[in-house]
Unconditional design. Structure first.
Length: 195
């Protein structure tokens, strides 16, 4: 069973990226789970908080919960909007917390496969944000998957008022993306387990 953790990059309940992640959960193939994480309660990174919580590993409860989910996952799926031609601050903040070593010097993101998709009402999809994420992933020692790209443009027509995906073409692209990513993660796991 391949375990993928999906992390939405927007806090707004009705965001297109949360809708895109929900649609991804609906299209996972057999033998794959896609759990949705939350960054809603992750505070702004502050070294003083980290120091004050040394007896709790240096992390607030929401960060500890997210770190545990990342550590337990085989791979990550980041679903990121594009803000001002770059990454959203709330998601970058969550990854900044994840970048911190734990009490046992563990780095939960290091070596973790990561795929990136995003949705926007504009015409450019989330191309600039997806490019801007690459140095962050490199800095965390993550392994970005480049097997396929998915930039959802014109998201207002892709999702209905309740956030359900209504565009069959985009659903097909998303289905292929998730299936191919999961297959790559499974191949990597098999190779890692080989003598």
């Amino acid at each position: 069973m391949v375990k993928i953790l999906g992390i939405p990059g927007a806090l707004r309940r009705g965001s297109f990226n949360r809708s895109l992640l929900r649609a991804a959960v609906e299209v996972v193939p057999a033998g794959v789970t896609l759990e949705v994480a939350s960054i809603d309660d992750v505070p702004l990174y502050d070294g003083d908080i980290e120091t004050a919580l040394k007896d709790q590993g240096g992390f607030p409860p929401a960060v500890r919960a997210l770190r545990a989910k990342v550590a337990a996952a085989d791979a990550l799926l980041i679903v990121s909007p594009e803000y001002n031609q770059s990454v959203p601050g709330v998601l970058k903040n969550a990854l900044d917390w994840l970048s911190r070593e734990g009490p046992a010097k563990e780095e939960v993101c290091k070596g973790k496969p990561v795929a990136l998709i995003g949705a926007t009402p504009g015409l450019g999809g989330t191309r600039m944000a997806q490019t801007a994420w690459l140095p962050v992933f490199r800095g965390l020692g993550m392994r970005p998957w480049f097997g396929r790209q998915l930039y959802v443009a014109g998201a207002g027509k892709v999702f209905d008022a309740e956030g359900r995906m209504v565009d069959d073409k985009v659903r097909a692209l998303l289905t292929t993306f998730i299936a191919e990513y999961a297959a790559e993660v499974e191949r990597d796991r098999s190779l890692a387990g080989s003598p």
